[in-house]
Design a protein. Structure first.
Length: 526
């Protein structure tokens, strides 16, 4: 598998990838657009930082691309919609640079309070303007944090040690999480109106774009000080410039800008603005950490399917994966089986979980079922990332449920696939040592390994069927690995699942279908 790295990450991260014998690690720094297109054609994974623009056209070209890794937190340079549509997982290292960005935020808060950059510049000019740089203390002041994720929470902890009062706005964080770090949550308007200092640590969305604008600035305290180490687009820069000029905002410290580098200096040249060139995460420790983390995440995904820190798909830790992994395999194989025995236009997928599975997060498992169902019938690539979206786009309804009804197995996945011609129903389980088993078809009990090539037959329950099918296969030197039979409550209904060592040729399948007792026969490959 090819891992394409287009921006500088830690040497240790590169070495970690190169240690995998099945990986081809292609480090190509500074590629032009045409060179990047050529390089990604056969790449299974792409690792970038913030410079590489991973747009729709580039993703379209990467036909083998399975995962994009961002060494850092922001994914503004990656087209998430296109990646999801193509079934490509996008991962970041959201926590890798948290400490560095939080420390930079505190440094800017102190610089705003004590005019440190301005005083230093004055000294370099040979001046001694002691009275010109009268500052204020952070002690006892109120800090308003917009966004209480990893970085915002770390800033809050630092601020608490400086004896600041900390308020926060984050609609996606529980009151208990905030209380655990000594922060009081409140509505945005309250935070803006009470804070002496405001720091932004929220992600960029349609709802947060230009969050700081003339209207929200008007709600702030007169003389408030503002810090932004998150995203430049969170601020309407013209509105901020006017507020800084009028004195409504006493000072601002900005590490990020709407356009980087800024096209003009009307904002950054103001005497009450401190600017740094997007260096919040630029520490040796942070870069080493995010490089190592993204390399580990890419390795674990390509080798074992473990998803961590994904921004367009549910993540699962290594410990969780050890538990859920066998069920993901079962789900996909069951989905592939029912898809191939089904006929007609699909309109509904029903999934029901029993036993141990009712206590698990089954979102990933359901996506694996849908992937298994769609892959045999679609030419486009289907992965757990885009499976449910593709199903919805084709008018296929997904219904999930759990049941506490006791069954014969400690875990069970039940799938019903409805088409315009009828319904199919299969069930499967994971036995000891992660053995995957098909245990029921259309309500008829049967036990067969879910693996490889499988001959599925429906037949009238009468003597000689096993012998006739076995004779046909034996005459063609097709080895039978397992032969399982099941009988319905009505004596005339029976099914058979025959695991074979190779795909049965169509002429042989025609012979099997011509047997008097056989009503339906199909080779299933999973």
């Amino acid at each position: 598998m090819k891992v394409l790295v287009t921006e500088q990450i830690s040497a240790a991260g590169i070495e970690l990838l190169k240690q995998e014998k099945s990986f081809e690690v292609d480090v190509r720094i500074g590629l032009s657009a045409p060179e990047l297109v050529a390089a990604i054609v056969d790449a299974d994974a792409l690792i970038v930082r913030s410079k590489t623009k991973v747009n729709r056209a580039l993703i379209d070209v990467g036909e083998r691309l399975k995962v994009i890794g961002r060494a850092g937190s922001g994914v503004d340079n990656i087209d998430l919609e296109a990646a999801t549509k193509h079934g490509v997982i996008v991962m970041n290292t959201a926590g890798g640079n948290s400490t560095s960005v939080a420390e930079h935020t505190i440094a800017l808060l102190l610089s705003l309070a004590r005019h440190i950059p301005q005083a230093g510049a004055s000294m370099r000019k040979g001046k001694w303007e002691k009275s010109a740089f009268m500052g204020i203390e952070l002690h006892g002041k109120t800090l308003g944090i917009v966004g209480l994720g990893r970085i915002g929470a770390e800033v809050a902890r630092f601020a608490k040690t400086l004896k600041m009062h900390v308020l926060a706005y984050d609609p996606f964080v529980s009151t208990k999480v905030a209380e655990d770090i000594g922060v009081r949550l409140g509505p945005l308007d309250e935070i803006l109106s009470q804070a002496d200092f405001i720091t932004l640590h929220t992600s960029l969305t349609d709802n947060t774009r230009r969050l700081v604008n003339a209207q929200t600035i008007a709600k702030m305290k007169n003389g408030v000080r503002l810090v932004n180490c998150a995203r430049g687009e969170l601020i309407h820069e013209d509105d901020l410039r006017q507020a800084l000029t009028s004195g409504k905002i006493a000072a601002a410290a900005l590490d990020v800008f709407a356009v980087e580098p800024p096209l003009d200096d009307r904002l950054t040249s103001l005497p009450n603005v401190i600017g740094t060139p997007h260096i919040g995460a630029s520490t040796h420790e942070a870069q080493e950490k995010v490089g190592n983390e993204i390399a580990e995440q890419i390795r674990d995904f390509l080798k074992d399917g473990i998803v961590r820190n994904a921004v367009n798909f549910p993540s699962v830790s290594f410990e969780e994966y050890k538990t859920v992994g066998p069920y993901l395999q079962l789900a996909e194989k069951l989905g592939a089986f029912i898809s191939q025995i089904s006929e007609g236009r699909m309109n509904e997928i029903g999934i029901r979980y029993y036993g141990d599975l009712t206590e698990m997060n089954t979102g990933l498992i359901s996506s694996a079922v849908v992937k298994g169902i769609l892959n045999p019938i679609l030419s486009e690539r289907v992965t757990p990332v885009n499976a449910q979206a593709i199903a919805r786009s084709r008018g296929i309804t997904l219904i999930e449920s759990r049941s506490n009804r006791e069954r014969s197995f400690s875990n069970l996945i039940s799938i019903k696939l409805r088409t315009h011609t009828g319904e199919e129903w299969v069930e499967g389980t994971v036995l000891h040592k992660n053995n995957l088993r098909l245990v029921s078809v259309d309500g008829i009990d049967i036990e067969a390994p879910l693996t490889g090539a499988m001959l599925f037959i429906r037949n009238n329950d009468q003597p000689g069927v096993i012998g006739h099918v076995g004779t046909v296969l034996g005459d063609q030197a097709i080895n039978i690995a397992n032969f399982a039979l099941g009988r319905g409550e009505q004596a005339k209904d029976a099914i058979g699942v025959v695991n074979v060592d190779e795909i049965i040729p169509e002429p042989v399948m025609s012979q099997i279908r011509s047997l008097p007792a056989v009503e339906f026969a199909k080779i299933i490959v999973i």
